[in-house]
Design a protein around this ligand. Structure first.
Ligand code: F0G
Length: 350
């Protein structure tokens, strides 16, 4: 049907809602699964991009937030809280505004992209910049949710995972079956957990006949799962995944191991190269963290560890407009001209 009611209505029978649950939706989900001809050419595979930046607040977080806010309202909450590298706070602020809830957000001071800060503020969240990193913010938010009447809507909230698993359902619904490989950026590791749960459920009890291998990619300066140790001072230009102690660490390892997958690190340089490649050739503008999935895929291919002919989906998690600084700083400065056609033509090499 041409009308998309949002993912809770679309997948109601697979989500923890009842007929009386007060659904809070911005009609999130049903995001494009775009074929990626240049990535397919480079890898010898059939690559698609799941463009999650097309969600209402510009990231995949909306899938989890429609569920988390819906359940918070159902349970009678008046206020919600989250820690965030930016996208969770943008999404929580929007869905809380829609539901008439108070929204508190804790973000690492100076380490979230401008567009995301703007979103939390414009939707009326109470925003605190914490003198610490994301891991500090999450510890603080978790403590506040225990000691005060406020619900935590980070991905440690199982309803977030339930909402986010629907991306796997959509992919199978479009492709007709699960892909062979699914690539994702990994930060707090909620999303790889959610996708794996979605693929498992859709195979155990539904239309899929197989499950993909899950490939997760962390930024090299923030790669605790790859290193096998907490990173005390995580660093990366991909601020969305600047996380040193992922809450869903063991679940990410389970997704990797149960699926026969891998979790690797990609450098900031490789992330930015993939970011530009996506924009210039596939015409998909993502934020730097999102490009980690594609950087990782290209790295595995370059290592000769990718069998050709496989069907691969890369999730690109957030919209490029959230963090435009890297687009601007990586490009030549625009030239200024007078109102003059000859001057324009000369500059354009026409
Ligand atoms: N990509 C983007 C754009 C993100 O914002 C995040 C996480 C991830 C990937 C990683 O997903 O944490 O489930 O492994 N952002 C969180 C936030 C941490 O606060 O917005 P994950």
């Amino acid at each position: 049907s041409p009308f998309w009611p949002g993912l809770i209505e679309a997948y109601r029978d697979r989500l923890p809602v009842s007929a009386t649950t007060p659904v809070v939706t911005l009609q999130e989900g049903a995001t494009p699964l775009v074929p990626a001809p240049e990535l397919s050419r480079r890898t010898g595979c059939d690559v698609h991009l799941k463009v999650e930046g097309a969600n209402p607040t510009g990231s995949f977080k909306d899938r989890g937030m429609t569920m988390a806010i819906t359940k918070a309202v159902e349970e009678g909450a008046q206020a919600v809280i989250c820690a965030s590298t930016g996208n969770t706070s943008a999404s929580a602020a929007a869905y809380a505004a829609r539901a008439g809830l108070v929204c508190a957000v804790l973000v690492p001071q100076g380490k979230i992209a401008t567009g995301k800060l703007a979103q939390a503020l414009v939707h009326g969240a109470k925003l605190l910049q914490v003198q610490g990193n994301f891991d500090d913010c999450l510890a603080l938010a978790s403590k506040l949710a225990i000691d005060y009447p406020v619900s935590l809507v980070n991905s440690v909230n199982q309803y977030r995972i339930e909402g986010q698993k629907t991306a796997s359902f959509e992919i199978v619904d479009v492709l007709g079956d699960a892909p062979d490989i699914h690539c994702l950026p990994v930060g707090n590791a909620g999303n790889i957990t959610a996708y794996w749960q979605g693929y498992r459920e859709y195979c155990d009890n539904g239309p899929a006949t197989k499950r993909p291998r899950m490939f997760g990619f962390q930024a090299a300066g923030s790669a605790p799962i790859v290193d096998g140790a907490v990173v005390e001072n995580p660093s990366t230009i991909a601020t969305a995944i600047r996380i040193g102690n992922p809450a869903s660490w063991t679940k990410a390892l389970a997704a990797r191991d149960e699926s026969g997958g891998r979790i690797d690190a990609v450098t900031d340089r490789a992330i930015l190269a993939a970011y530009r490649l996506l924009a210039r050739t596939e015409a998909v503008f993502v934020e730097p963290a999102s490009a980690a999935s594609v950087a990782g895929l290209l790295q595995v291919a370059a290592a000769g560890e990718l069998e050709p002919g496989q069907r691969i989906v890369c999730t690109v998690t957030g919209n490029g407009l959230k963090d435009p600084e890297w687009a601007i700083s990586g490009a030549p400065a625009p030239v200024t001209i007078p109102v003059d056609a000859a001057a324009a033509a000369a500059q354009l090499g026409l």
